[in-house]
Write a protein that binds this ligand. Sequence first.
Ligand code: GLU
Length: 476
Amino acid sequence: MSAIKEPSFRESVDMMFNRAVALMELEPGLEEKIRVVNATYTVRFGVRLRGKIETFTGYRSVHSEHMEPVKGGIRFSMGVNQDEVEALGALMTYKCALVEAPFGGSKGGLRIDPRKYNEKEMETITRRFAYELIKRDLINPSQNVPAPDMGTGQREMAWIADQYARMNTTDINARACVTGKPPHAGGIAGRVEATGRGVQYALREFFRHPKDKAAAGLTDTLGGKRIVVQGLGNVGYHAAKFLQEEDGAKITGIIERDGSLYNENGLDVEAVYQHIGEHGGVKGFAGADYAEDGSKLLEAECDILIPAALESVINLNNADRIKAPLIIEAANGPVTAGADEILRDKGTIIIPDMYANAGGVTVSYFEWVKNLSHIRFGRMQRRQEETRHQLLVNELERLDAFMGEKWSMSPDFKDKYLRGADELELVRSGLDDTMRIAYQSISEVWNSRDDVPDLRTAAFIVAISRVAKAYTAKGL
Ligand code: GLU
């Protein structure tokens, strides 16, 4: 991708890891044990399609088993390779540790262009890949639990869950073998938008920290902030939409595969998303400046840049031209180790991937717990909560009548207070809490130690120390 030679994605993650461990006091040798990839399984399998056998290559990499099951998505893309799944698996280890999801790190991938196949063919290929992983316990509710990633979604997860159930007919926890399933197949409310929602909650929490905001030269709230988003896929779309609709941010730029759109007054995210759905790209969208070379917009003046697509898009070739004072990494690994250094020297603040996009795995954790407990969140307590709230409302109504003109309940208080939380509300609350607490733990390290130069190093320190503790507790 870049003209200047850079380390590979996995090497880049390792370099960032090394910078953090240099500031830690770990037992000799433990650092290496944590850094290395435990195992990567490569499978090549044939599927008969359109009268001919096609051979596919897939991977499932397990980075760390300090906690089990291990967790991480399965990516369907032509860019998939061993180095990439290993880098992504390592990031999963640190991500889970950071948000206190009790999992080790893993990642999978299949080298495929999903657009080349119809639904039936995709089902055959996905089930075949899943079969190869299931028979080696690389998909298993207590050992390895995949989830969606680029090129996969609810549909693929439902096929994988069903394939596992067919091969493990007596496993009562079969549904917990994969997360990101559709609601009717054991999924959880709010999982599809979880990563984007997590990006929104991460930014909100960042803006609650005056010192951190000031480091990026930003003030006030998210309202009116100019944001450029790269990639309007599941993560970018939801993040941009929520930030625009709920926080009043201005999405001034959107970068997609076929080019970019810019409007200094803000773009209507939903309208752009619909346009992409209808026309296959952003070109032709009315009311914005279109440019064919979309990557140039990464360098635009804005307050916040959200890379939400591929890895290594901010690299040695463009890092010094990036003007955004704040970057939030909605994608995994969008900034290379070299670019990271250039940006740090320039004073750019980066909210790192292992925290910023952890909303997905956080809600996956809730889904896995739901599957193991075989009951939807809120089912037992919702009406009981409402009944108790009704008691208070009854008393307030008596008071209301007694006080006459002097006092009355606020107009929508009763409706809001009476309603018990459903699964979606509980998921959002759990995600919000997770994102706040995780940010606080990183920010604390960043602000309290002079030798910690940035949020990424702080995040690595928090995550690595948790993994180290888990290994020590295991008696390693
Ligand atoms: N693929 C997502 C990620 O990179 C989600 C992983 C999961 O839910 O297990 O974090």
